[in-house]
Design a binder for this molecule. Structure first.
Ligand code: ADP
Length: 288
């Protein structure tokens, strides 16, 4: 089976600074690093490292061909990442010495995906495949509906959170993954208790406290493995990528969640995003 991921591809441009700039201030950076990021790209890399057959669907500009190439090197199917006439999505991340940050995100090419292209891509998918999307692209509802119509199991990772985006897709998805902050926002802004969300499987990740799985009126809690976190960036994306690869591999939800939690736990012991997402071997060695 396969995983079809409509997702963002972002360059993470990280600048270390003596302090965060004040309005009007010009500052020279102490160092600069460029990495592959974006929730979509992270999930694709995680799902591939979990053993999935992953097709990424999205767009980059000419300045982002290196990101498509890197995803391909990692084993992600990139035939459906188009190169368009726009800047690639990117995040400008300013860090001071104390761990504070300021982040500017430009969606750029990520929101230039066209539905006719998606229809054509989905015509290659098979019933029973998994479709996944997050909230950093456009045409999400159309994608979810088209995937559902073709008999795919549709997963939405509701981040970055927008109540409107959730409302738009709630009746078109089979699996909803959120972190605790997003779940609280959904409850507050939609007035909808988590237990009443009309989606077959709802998974709420709780960081070091593990996660909750709600299914058919029942709820189950899973403890997270204990680790010493270094950088929690990308934990949720790693979790979701591993979860979907396990489900696509016909594992049941409880086993898939357990593996996803192990992947998320190893991920928080590492500094970085897509490039450092753990492999199955890394996870086995970590917990050996
Ligand atoms: P997000 O990155 O979307 O905010 P979480 O912080 O909830 O998501 O993390 C996702 C998953 O990663 C958790 O459910 C857990 O399995 C794992 N994880 C995150 N932080 C830790 C931690 N400090 N210790 C162990 N596991 C963690």
């Amino acid at each position: 089976m396969a995983i079809w991921n409509l997702g963002s591809v972002n360059a993470d441009l990280v600048y270390r600074l003596p302090h965060l700039p004040a309005p009007g201030e010009t500052l020279a950076a102490l160092s600069h690093q460029r990495g592959l990021g974006g929730k979509g790209a992270n999930m694709s890399v995680a799902a591939v490292r979990a053993g999935g057959d992953v097709h990424h669907i999205g767009a980059v500009g000419e300045d982002g061909v290196w990101m498509r190439d890197r995803l391909e090197d990692y084993g992600v199917g990139v035939a459906h990442i188009r190169v368009v006439d726009a800047a690639s999505g990117h995040a400008i991340i300013a860090l001071d010495g104390s761990g504070e940050n300021q982040i500017i995100i430009h969606p750029g090419a990520n929101i230039l995906v066209e539905m006719p292209v998606l229809e054509e891509v989905l015509s290659r998918a098979s019933a029973g495949d998994i479709a996944v999307f997050q909230n950093e692209t456009n045409v999400q509802r159309d994608f979810a509906r088209a995937a559902r119509d073709r008999g795919l199991r549709v997963c939405y990772a509701a981040a970055p959170f927008s109540v409107q985006a959730v409302r738009d897709v709630l009746d078109q998805i089979d699996i909803l993954v959120m972190n605790a902050v997003e779940a609280a926002q959904l409850e507050a802004e939609m007035g909808l208790a988590v237990a009443d969300i009309p989606v077959a499987d709802v998974v709420i990740t709780l960081g070091a406290d593990g996660c909750r799985w709600l299914h058919q009126g029942r709820e189950r809690h899973f403890d997270a493995p204990r680790v010493t976190p270094v950088d929690t960036t990308g934990a949720g994306d790693t979790f979701t990528g591993y979860l979907l690869a396990a489900l696509d591999n016909k594992q049941d939800m409880a086993r898939a969640i357990s593996r996803a939690q192990m992947a998320g736990a190893v991920m928080v012991t590492r500094l970085g995003t897509a490039d450092v997402i753990p492999t199955q071997d890394d996870i086995d060695q970590f917990f050996a």
